[in-house]
Design a protein around this ligand. Structure first.
Ligand SMILES: CSC[C@@H](O)[C@@H](O)C(=O)COP(=O)(O)O
Length: 347
């Protein structure tokens, strides 16, 4: 792709380097979490966010946890790793990529033929960086695969941020848009602002604008009007967890967008790598949904926008039943209904 978006999380000069996404779009601030506690905090506070990026952050967090380990033998080292993984797993519950990445690093260590602790430390870093590199490759493939579905569209609508900032690079939902742009087909994008934390306004609008893709920001309650006017020919979103039957957990509000798309006869596409599928769950009602601080709803930034002391419900994600999903775009190809059979075949 000629446009090379900035990598939001990398390993550079012996340290983790990442964009503090809470500071965008105002400032592009680079941070270097140095301890597992700092990485936990970065994930919890959404300095790094988006399912694949959280997985990469967690894997690198494991390395931060054990890099100065004084474990006397392999068993002690693996016990420390397990403890750090449990700690990182407590940061956010919904995106399965986080648990997948933690498991993958631990499995790589368990399969190692060496008992030498410094070699095992190196292995943890190597595996974390492999997760990062593979994610970039998966995003490229998702871009290529998804392009075939969007090439006749003029404009699409997206929700939250499933772009470069949410992955190693290129994104999932935004990858086909970048891919098509690199081939000379520039789509227009309507970005839902995505209450309450405004990932659409702060992040999607920012990165598309940086990339020169025409983006129109709307508040979430304007999506129906945009669809009714015939301004978008497809909806494309990312996912935090997809169950064996094709139900999709993604940013709160995605379910509503899917229903609107159905009503208006607009295809609703989900783009996600294989690491976002959780085949241990048969349906979306089993997905743990994160509930966040009520202050995210009662305040706009630091300013209160609701009376003090009222009840607030603040789920960070919802589940879109698979019947609303036209197709799931993965790096392994496009999955269409019937999802149960086709997911089992492809993932
Ligand atoms: C490729 S990212 C897919 C999802 O993780 C994304 O759409 C999303 O819902 C992110 O939520 P966030 O709370 O910002 O981590």
């Amino acid at each position: 792709m000629p446009y090379e978006p900035i990598a939001p999380i990398t390993w550079k000069d012996g340290q983790v380097e990442m964009i503090d996404q809470t500071r965008l779009p105002g400032e592009l601030v680079i941070i270097h979490p140095r301890t597992v506690e700092e990485m936990w905090d970065a994930i919890k506070k959404l300095k790094v966010r988006g399912a694949p990026a959280i997985g990469i952050a967690a894997a690198l967090g494991l390395y931060l946890a054990i890099k100065n380990s004084r474990a006397g033998d392999r068993a002690e080292f693996e016990a420390e790793l397990k403890q750090a993984a449990a700690y990182l797993a407590s940061s956010r519950p919904t995106a399965v990529n986080l648990f997948w990445a933690l498991k993958r690093v631990q499995q790589a260590v368990a399969a190692a033929t060496t008992d030498d602790v410094s070699s095992l430390k190196e292995l943890v870093l190597k595996e974390a960086l492999a997760i990062r590199d593979e994610d970039e490759a998966m995003c490229r493939a998702i871009g290529e695969n998804g392009a075939s579905l969007l090439q006749d569209a003029e404009a699409v609508l997206t929700h939250c941020n499933a772009g470069t900032l949410a992955t190693a690079r290129y994104g999932t939902a935004l990858a086909p848009i970048y891919y098509l742009a690199s081939r000379g087909k520039v789509l227009k994008v309507f970005a839902d602002e995505t209450r309450p934390l405004l990932q659409g306004a702060r992040l999607t609008a920012w990165e598309l604008h940086q990339a020169g893709i025409p983006v129109t920001l709307i508040t979430d309650n304007m999506a129906a009007t945009v669809m009714a006017r015939g301004w978008v020919q497809a909806v494309i979103v990312g996912a935090d967890r997809i169950t064996a039957n094709g139900d999709v957990a993604n940013k709160i509000g995605t379910y509503g967008v899917a229903i609107l798309a159905r009503e208006h006869g607009i295809p609703f596409y989900v783009a996600a790598p294989a690491s976002t599928f959780d085949l241990s769950l048969s349906s979306g009602d089993q997905i743990p949904i994160e509930e966040r601080d009520p202050a995210e709803v009662s305040h706009f930034g630091l300013r209160p926008t609701a009376p003090e002391g009222i009840n607030i419900f603040n789920p960070a994600f919802d589940v879109t039943p698979h019947r609303y999903v036209t197709a799931i775009i993965t790096e392994r190809g496009i999955i269409r209904p019937p999802y149960k059979q086709n997911i089992a075949r492809i993932i």
